[in-house]
Write a protein that binds this ligand. Sequence first.
Ligand code: ZN
Length: 292
Amino acid sequence: MAVGKDTLRRFIFEGEDILGSIVRLDDVWDTLRTADNYPSQIEPLVGEAAAAAALLGRSLKFDGRLTFQVQGAEHLRLLVMQTDNKLNLRGIARYGDKLPEYFTELVEGGLLTITIESDGLGGKAERYQSVVPLSEKTLADCLGVYYRQSVQLPTVLLLDASNQRAAGLMLQAMPERKPGSGRWKQLVEELKGMDVLRMSGLDDSALLSVLFPEDDIRLFTPEPVAFHCDCSDERIENMLRMFGVDELSSLASDPGPVEIRCEFCNKGYEVSGERMGKLIAEVSPSASGPLH
Ligand SMILES: [Zn+2]
């Protein structure tokens, strides 16, 4: 059986209430990776984040998106990865000069924020946000903390990335399974130190029989993961509205249209001088009605 490219595959341990997913990102990872000339300390983290976003995004039960973001650190200034419920990914990283080698040093002083937004019906969008300290040695372990604390599901993740592939594996005990119970505890131990990237070279059923030879595992159909940026004129204008009058006026001070580039996919947008004038009028305080 061929090894699935850019796919996520879920599986279940029969009779154990333990769910798992494997993700492999190939072309998607290549698109994300080549969007910037990431230094060697940053590139694998972007790949791990992409694999994690697909694993986390698969749990969305509605139309919407999940964004996770590392921000506020001196070295890894921003790492943002976003997926919608159909596993369309986009993401970027911003970083300083003179980068340290280890994850804990790269993210020192930063926080991990996970935001889930539902599109909602009739404009009733909802938004949930969790903030997790970056206190573990790897991104995978920090996300494990998020699941234990915010979602209250015992979860183990393995993440890794090379310049060829980003891969991830996630196991989750369902609520009815007590976290202390036998097989779950053993699985957590068995996964420690497992090389998920090397294992991802095997096809799914071979991989699972190597990882969990004693277990009865049912595999679900592979699901595609894609790179997709949902930027649009409307979204660019919404972003501009958040700038405020002064910044908009200074952007619009040169004659001709304002050129904006989407930082996720590098697509260029032009906002005409006339449109800029309308946006400035919309956000200026006098537009919001008389003051009391
Ligand atoms: Zn874009």
